[in-house]
Design a protein around this ligand. Structure first.
Ligand code: ATR
Length: 297
């Protein structure tokens, strides 16, 4: 690793809380293996201090920042520029230095897409089921539209929120692409061999015994159950998916790839598949050693 010197560039994570983040591990390892003179640190930012934090980073010429809960939408107000994808998603998790300030990007959804490709999960021309209708589920819906899914079925505890997301996505698509359902109405979804993306917070540590749906009739129709949660490593949703013959994935690869894409934006360096796989193993191991924690990024 480079010993920090007068040329060292600084990047970091702003959020609240940030204490359990895996991003310093991911980013400092990337800096090491690619030989970049860069350090990455966590910065807890108190409520009300977001603007000051972004201005401070600029004043100190930070190369970039990651942004996590609860600031991914609020930070948009303090950007000099925003990438069109991040604007459509309405959430920014990466800031890159640009003339006059920072440009905001969303690397979570490109990260999920790369993770799914890496794991051989096909999206194109496929009907996809999304569990949840919060900020993450909405972002997943935009990604699926962009990546050529045939259609999406959004299931949510609060059916009105599923309807609102479906309407918005259909507006973007300019055609009927998304349908909304109450969580218990999965019987109305056509077809078999579903790809299901689990985008609710149900089953996240410490509520590890919970799954958004328990019914075997649902899981019998799941071919791939993709949970965006990465702590615990195996959620109840993933267990149920496997129990009824499906393939299950967790959110660790997405976590790793959102970091890799941010690093590529900051440095212009290309990260190899070998390094990505190594980071996947390292992050899985680090999360296992810290079982009681759960934080975005
Ligand atoms: P995020 O930004 O992570 O998406 P969010 O916007 O708060 O967070 O969304 C959380 C999602 O998890 C929502 O879809 C929420 O369902 P509601 O819209 O009905 O609140 C879902 N969720 C949270 N707790 C749940 C529970 N106990 N059962 C079912 N769904 C739940």
């Amino acid at each position: 690793m480079h010993t920090p010197d007068g040329h060292t560039r600084t990047c970091g994570l702003i959020g609240n809380p940030v204490a359990h983040t895996q991003s310093p591990l991911i980013q400092n390892h990337l800096a090491y293996v690619t030989g970049q003179n860069l350090v990455y640190l966590p910065f807890p930012v108190a409520y009300g201090d977001l603007e000051a934090a972004v201005r401070g980073a600029l004043a100190m010429d930070f190369l970039g920042l990651n942004v996590t809960v609860p600031y991914k939408s609020d930070v948009i107000a303090y950007l000099a520029e925003i990438d069109p994808l991040a604007e459509r998603i309405g959430a920014v998790n990466t800031l890159v230095r640009c003339p006059g300030g920072y440009k905001g990007y969303n690397t979570d959804m490109p990260g999920l897409y790369r993770a799914m490709r890496q794991e051989g999960v096909e999206i194109a021309d496929r009907d996809v089921v999304i569990l949840g209708a919060g900020g993450v589920a909405r972002a997943v819906a935009v990604m699926l539209l962009d990546q050529g899914a045939a259609g999406i079925h959004i299931l949510n505890r609060t059916a009105d929120k599923a309807r609102a997301v479906a309407e918005e996505i259909n507006g973007m698509a300019g055609r009927p692409f998304a349908r909304a359902y109450a969580l218990e109405d999965y019987g109305q979804i056509p077809g078999e061999n579903w790809l299901v993306i689990q985008a609710t917070s149900v089953g996240m540590h410490p509520h590890v015994e919970q799954a958004p749906i328990e019914d075997p009739a649902f899981y019998r129709r799941v071919e791939t159950g993709y949970d965006l949660i990465f702590n615990p490593e195996t959620t109840r949703f993933m267990e149920l998916t496997r129990e009824y013959g499906g393939r299950a994935c967790n959110g660790v690869r997405m976590l790793v790839y959102q970091g890799i894409i941010a690093f590529e934006l900051w440095t212009g360096a290309a990260v190899s598949q070998e390094v990505a796989d190594e980071l996947y193993r390292m992050t899985t191991q680090a999360l296992a050693q810290q079982p009681s924690k759960g934080a975005d990024q």
